[in-house]
Design a protein around this ligand. Structure first.
Ligand code: GLU
Length: 286
């Protein structure tokens, strides 16, 4: 049996900026400090043509010492793994076809507390496809509207579980399914990532439980913001490793976490999950 693992799972949509690198350092610190194996997984289902971006991301991570204990896996290599799980759920009666567009979903009446964009269940009991010429998305037939997860930084967090997409109409496996299946396949029981994904974790944990996977501990860490309080982006100036430099990047990350050490191993001796900053870090390019 593979050892318990933590991981960092970047999508190769753009070069990593200092906020992404900080999350990667935190994922590494969480894994190492708890004796877990550390893995990097390239989440390239949406960005399958960007292999050069993935290569640059891996090189940047390596340069700051965030190195996967196993060769990084690519989600595009796992299609049959995802198909098997979707077939398994379908055999249990837990999958249905959905023909709704984004516009249909936004226009449909919602349950009183459902957030915008939550799927209202339009196709759940539809007797016949309204448009047989259009390939349907596949959705999970969930039997709850919410689920509770445990997060190191957020405590118990209860969030929406709707009939979320498992496979998109264009045939691409949906992120929520892929991430849950891969984490289980790689024995990942510790998920560290940006807190923009906190609201997705109840859906993922619910799906994991349906599939009989062991529960996962989450740590959703604060994002990095620019001076205007917006999510850090490339246009904010010097934000990538190539622009900032390796040592300065590590120094800035250590400083943002309140550590005096500026090497990964040094940060590891100072790392304490209980005293991590809870507020977003505001980054000012130098
Ligand atoms: N691939 C996702 C991203 O880059 C992260 C997914 C995860 O960590 O679960 O935002």
């Amino acid at each position: 049996m593979a050892p318990l693992s933590g991981r960092f799972a970047p999508s190769p949509s753009a070069d990593l900026h200092i906020g992404n690198l900080r999350t990667a350092v935190l994922a590494w610190l969480f894994a190492r400090s708890s004796g877990r194996r550390f893995l990097i997984r390239v989440e390239d289902l949406d960005d399958r043509t960007f292999s050069d971006v993935a290569a640059r991301q891996l090189a940047d991570l390596r340069a700051i010492g965030v190195i996967s204990d196993e060769p990084p896996e690519y989600q595009t290599a796992h299609t049959s793994r995802y198909d098997t799980v979707i077939a398994e759920l379908a055999a249990r009666g837990l999958v249905y076809e959905c023909y709704c567009s984004r516009k249909d979903i936004l226009a449909a009446p919602r349950a009183p507390h459902a957030p915008e964009g939550a799927y209202p269940g339009t196709c759940r009991d539809r007797p016949a496809p309204p448009d047989p010429s259009r390939p349907p998305a596949l959705r999970l037939r969930s039997d709850t509207s919410s689920y509770t997860v445990t997060d190191v930084l957020h405590g118990t967090f209860t969030g929406v579980v709707d009939d979320f997409v498992l496979r998109r109409g264009d045939g691409v496996t949906a992120y929520n399914l892929a991430v849950v299946v891969d984490d289980a396949a790689q024995n990942v029981d510790q998920v560290v990532r940006g807190d923009d994904l906190l609201s997705s974790s109840p859906r993922q944990a619910y799906l994991g439980a349906l599939l009989g996977y062991p529960p996962v501990t989450y740590a959703h860490v604060p994002l990095v913001l620019n001076e205007d309080g917006k999510r850090l982006a490339k246009r904010d100036g010097a934000v990538t490793l190539a622009e900032i430099g390796v040592q300065q990047t590590l120094t800035l990350i250590a400083d943002s976490l309140g550590y005096t050490a500026t090497t990964l191993d040094g940060m590891l001796t100072e790392f304490d999950p209980a005293s991590l900053p809870r507020q977003p870090w505001v980054y000012r390019p130098v």
